[in-house]
Design a protein around this ligand. Sequence first.
Ligand code: GSH
Ligand code: FE2
Length: 358
Amino acid sequence: MSIVFRQLFDPPSSTYTYLLADRPGGEAVVVDPVFEQSRRDAALVAELGLTLRFTLETHIHADHVTSATLLRRRLGSEIALSARSGAVGAQRELAQGDRIAFGSRYLEVRETPGHTLGCLTYVLDDESLALTGDCLLIRGCGRTDFQGGDARTLYRSIQREIFTLPDGCLLYPAHDYRGLTATSVGEEKRFNPRLGGDLSEDDFVGYMRNLRLAHPKQMQLAVPANLKCGVPDKEQGARAEPSWAPLELTFAGVWEINPQWLEDNAAAVQILDVREPEEFVGPLGRIPGAVLIPLGELARRVAELSRERPIVAVCRAGGRSAQATAILHLAGFTLVANLAGGMLRWRAEGHGVEGGSG
Ligand SMILES: N[C@@H](CCC(=O)N[C@@H](CS)C(=O)NCC(=O)O)C(=O)O
Ligand SMILES: [Fe+2]
């Protein structure tokens, strides 16, 4: 069976996070997860039916906080990073040649310092792809002016550990600032403007000395947090999670509540049915206490809803009501969720119905 591979993006930091699993429904690793995207990434793992074994860091990031600890708390994954990273709190400290097994596959660890002291490149067992972190970027490379960076060290890491892979080996970096997604060993050997073609180590050092990049905006916050594997402080924890109900975020980006919670807490929320009027009085019936505002009328009728009490949107199968939550968010409502599975699941689970047949 074929491997599962997903490239995920965090727009504010231009970070790529990678999900790899040995097979659909198998064991997975996530590389370089971003704090603000932890619910999204956990949703994808769940929707694909995967068991997350490890979160891996390619290095201590200066521009975003890792979600390694958040994912560990949610999914029980182990945290793995370089023994030379200086971080505390990992379950596994990695060094050259280590293998990270997930199901029937593994990633091989290669030490590629230069951007930071503890940079790692992860190479898939068959050398068909490698995750290079900020060591080698697409037609670029990681900066070498902080966190123990060193241009000569980086040059030698790339030559020794990456350019010795097969030319066809695909390379996936931790960042791209132009939206480019992948490259290959052969391409970078020829076309990397900093060290490809006939360029020498001294050419590279000269280039890197004159990069003149501003320091990452998040650096003061990100580095200390990442040295603790992204343990959230109280304030961050509160900001990340809606607290009025045990909501689940789908990979599609919709916050959902399960039918049982709604049945138990119906009195505390506004139940908003967004189906058409004939469906509201039709055979599926409706949830007791639901108010009807058809989806097409919602945007101009939001004033009929309270902003203080949470709103749970309902439709036949959960699709139109998901769009209703988006409309409500745009209108400034913050306490909003979609009823997962709509009336179909509500009835299948045997919850109370008003009207309807059967
Ligand atoms: N402007 C970015 C800085 C990005 C940055 O410095 N990225 C690092 C990776 S952590 C790098 O090595 N960039 C290399 C480059 O842009 O050539 C931010 O504020 O986050
Ligand atoms: Fe970096």
